[in-house]
Design a protein around this ligand. Structure first.
Ligand SMILES: Nc1ncnc2c1ncn2[C@@H]1O[C@H](COP(=O)(O)OP(=O)(O)O)[C@@H](O)[C@H]1O
Ligand SMILES: [Mg+2]
Length: 444
């Protein structure tokens, strides 16, 4: 570190880097003056960013936009969606309707996404019309289409499981016989939270799933079921200038194919594997030309190697902990990146932060959410509550809770377990109105 720099900060050329921020990650970068001028700005003169989709990711990006003096314009399917409830600049319409996309893009400095489902041909038209689409469609395609992603990552030399396209049930049988059972069948597009993923033990189990999905018009693929120790996520951000930043690699815990808990950083992860995961994510961001926050979902195999699962080119559930546990949240960083601002410091502010998803109970509890919030606040003053304004439905992501650990060490398993238990207890309380440790909130 050159003398005179603040602690943890390094300067090389004209790029400032933080301890967990890499500087210019590209061999060739674009000019920092490439930001397009907008035909229309807010009264404040601050940029307008349009986000396609009115879900919780847009809602939380809007929170970050407020702090930066911006408002986030959202294209929302309805006025009740999480982001539409809070943004004063809402365009109502469908993300598959080109005219709605055009209206949402008008006058904005950058157009970005809360989900992957905008048709690529629409995005190509917007780009041709001068809209600053970030991440650009030629990068976004690898987050939209799992088969394209597998081909591309394999070509880049990134570790991926064996895979094949499925055009009839026989393709799965052939793949399973060649690579071993069980195998994983996936919808190539449109899946989320484990919807669109089927683990099958044999050809007989695969046959009806494949028939039903192909009949419904889905494109399918099959891949090896990875024998894993656990799932990790490497989150990074990249700007058009080519600056890259990585947050600490986290462990994600899924239940029924859906993220339930995130431990940041991943406990018991060697420095070598952490560096490998961060380097891999930065390389993918650079090679694909990603702009914005990106999650690289990873499997840590039982042998201790990394395999890429999938890419998300937007803020991601595995980065929600950054709202309370990192100097720069993934939402602020996404805005900084798509606007080609310098990126923010990604360091963690505590030895561990644990995020628990509030997943809707099978039946919404009698007790109102407001009362549940009161009780949680009374019992856990340190719990950071984030609710998305969504109705309660079974397994639906309606919020999350972050617990930022106090003094301690990530290498202390008891300390980590205690923080995790609090996060899971808080999240379960909010969804079920039940304390997992049997506490009676009205008791003596
Ligand atoms: N090849 C695989 N081997 C083992 N488990 C897998 C595999 N692919 C997916 N899974 C499991 O299914 C979950 C969801 O799969 P993913 O492709 O990430 O779909 P989604 O788009 O729904 O997140 C993963 O987080 C993981 O738990
Ligand atoms: Mg996934």
């Amino acid at each position: 570190m050159p003398s005179g720099d603040p602690p943890g900060q390094r300067t090389s050329g004209d790029v400032t880097t933080w301890s967990v921020v890499t500087g210019n990650i590209d061999s060739a970068s674009t000019s920092p003056d490439a930001r397009p001028s907008s035909p229309r700005s807010l009264v404040s003169g601050q940029p307008v960013v349009t986000m396609i989709g009115g879900g919780q990711l847009a809602r939380m990006t809007h929170q970050a936009a407020i702090a930066l003096g911006q408002t986030l314009r959202v294209l929302s399917g309805g006025p009740d969606e999480p982001a539409a409830q809070v943004s004063p600049d809402v365009v109502l319409g469908s993300h598959t309707d080109l005219d709605a996309l055009r209206r949402a893009a008008e006058g904005s400095h950058a157009l970005t996404f809360d989900h992957e489902h905008v048709p690529t041909e629409h995005l190509d038209i917007l780009v041709a019309e001068g809209v600053n689409v970030q991440p650009p469609p030629q990068a976004l395609i690898y987050a939209q289409d799992k088969l394209e992603m597998r081909h591309k990552l394999r070509a880049l030399g990134a570790p991926v499981p064996a895979f094949a396209e499925v055009t009839w049930a026989e393709d799965v049988a052939k793949f399973g016989n060649e690579h071993g059972w069980p195998v994983v069948i996936k919808a190539v597009r449109g899946g989320y939270d484990g919807r669109g993923v089927w683990i099958v033990d044999d050809a007989d189990e695969a046959e009806p799933i494949v028939a039903k999905q192909l009949d419904a018009g889905a494109t399918l693929m099959v891949e090896q079921k990875v024998e894993m120790r656990r799932e990790l996520s490497a989150m990074v951000a990249r700007s058009p200038f080519g600056q890259g930043a990585t947050w600490p690699v986290v462990e994600t815990v899924q239940r029924n194919g859906q993220c339930a808990v995130v431990l940041a950083p991943a406990p018991d992860l060697s420095d070598e594997l952490a560096a490998e995961a961060e380097g891999l994510a930065l390389r993918i961001a650079s090679e694909l030309g990603v702009v914005g926050s990106m999650a690289v979902e990873l499997f840590e195999t039982v042998e201790g190697a990394l395999v890429v699962n999938e890419l998300a080119m937007r803020p991601h559930n595995s980065g929600h902990w950054t709202m309370d546990g990192a100097r720069t949240s993934q939402f602020e960083q996404h805005l900084r990146a798509v606007l080609d601002y310098p990126l923010g410091d990604t360091s963690a502010t505590a030895p561990v932060t644990v995020m628990g998803n509030v997943l809707g109970a099978p039946e919404a509890p009698q007790m109102s959410m407001d009362e549940r919030v009161h009780h949680l606040m009374a019992r856990m003053p340190d719990a950071k509550i984030h609710l998305y304004g969504k109705g309660e439905r079974k397994d639906r992501k309606i919020g999350h809770v972050n617990i930022v650990g106090g003094p301690g060490s990530i290498d202390d398993a008891e300390y980590v377990a205690a923080v995790r238990e609090r996060a899971e207890r808080a999240a379960h309380w909010l969804s079920h109105a039940e304390w997992t440790d049997g506490w009676d909130e009205h008791g003596e």
